[in-house]
Design a protein around this ligand. Structure first.
Ligand code: NAD
Length: 288
């Protein structure tokens, strides 16, 4: 089978974390701040809370109204910074437009920044000082998947579609630090197909449903599809979730590929849990 099964790998990681929590006798806690009523954000937060509970991470979640002030969100972050039972802090993005996300993210204590979005931690990532910080969860999940499937990264031509601060940009650093030759494409890239056809590993993270078809790739390419796109269809729900890659069209040409859903999505949560357990372990070791 040429499927990279993120759901399967994420379940193994969760089992490993449950064991680690017991062996190290630690009590990790995750603080979650949700602002407003976005249905997708609520779903993501609920999934994260459920996964935490399953493996023995305590949730401390706060929901704030859409019209909350930036100052009040920062107050909640500071309360979580000072709470010894909380080892990781997650601010569900996006925040409402009147709040400056960077102002809020940069108030999270560095050692509790399990999402890796603090400006200083992005700097640490760029400088490959990963001992002192967490890289963002979705990019870390992509690399972890490749490693767990023994897919070589060093020396490979990696093409990433998307340059966002959450996925494309941090992922490019992780691939660089793993000795890949990295090309980043974005909405202004010319002759996209010519670039993607050179990829040994292609990561699609541009939010364009089914953009990548078999004529965009070379034979035996490995594809990591990060995209999560809701498209209308005539099933019961009236919609379907698809990636940025046309799975059916490419499946016979690729060496390996992540499905959507069941690929990168579950790995994002598994990495958040890993970072929270890691943060708790580090804080405990420091205090012992
Ligand atoms: P974004 O909208 O912030 O960034 C999209 C990027 O894609 C931009 O850099 C843009 O320049 C680039 N782009 C747009 N059109 C392009 C094109 N035709 N060719 C090449 N590049 C193009 O999005 P994001 O937050 O980085 O998310 C990207 C996708 O990944 C979305 O579908 C999102 O839902 C999904 N996502 C999934 C997870 C997960 O856990 N699986 C996590 C985060 C984001």
């Amino acid at each position: 089978m040429n499927i990279i099964d993120g759901k399967y790998v994420s379940n193994i990681i969760k089992e490993e974390l449950s064991e680690r929590i017991i062996i190290e006798n630690i009590n990790p806690g995750l603080g979650i701040i949700l602002v407003g009523n976005r249905p997708d954000s609520k779903i993501y937060v609920n999934m994260k809370k459920k996964s935490c509970s399953k493996i023995g991470i305590k949730n401390f979640d706060v929901t704030l109204p859409e019209n909350v002030s930036e100052e009040d969100v920062i107050n909640e972050v500071e309360k979580m910074n000072n709470n010894n039972e909380i080892h990781g802090i997650l601010i569900q993005l996006p925040l409402p437009k009147h709040i400056n996300e960077q102002n809020v993210l940069s108030k999270v204590l560095l050692e509790k920044d399990v999402d890796g979005f603090h400006v200083q931690n992005i700097g640490n990532l760029a400088l490959n000082r990963l001992n002192n910080c967490f890289a963002p969860c979705t990019p870390t999940g992509c690399i972890e998947l490749l490693k767990r499937y023994n897919i070589q990264i060093e020396g490979k031509n990696v093409v990433i579609l998307g340059r966002s601060n959450i996925v494309g940009m941090p992922l490019s650093f992780l691939f660089l630090h793993n000795n890949a030759t990295v090309t980043i494409c974005h909405s202004k890239t010319k002759n996209l197909k010519e670039v993607t056809q050179r990829a040994d590993i292609l990561v699609a993270a541009c939010g364009r449903p089914n953009l990548i078809t078999k004529d965009y790739i070379k034979n035996e390419c490995v594809i990591i599809d990060v995209g999560i796109n809701k498209i209308q269809c005539d099933n019961e729900k009236g919609y379907q979730i698809v990636g940025d890659v046309n799975f059916k069209d490419v499946i016979d040409k690729v060496k390996m590929i992540t499905p959507v859903p069941g690929g990168v999505g579950p790995m994002t949560i598994a990495m958040l849990l890993t970072h929270t357990v890691e943060a708790c372990s580090k804080i405990n070791n420091k205090n012992n």
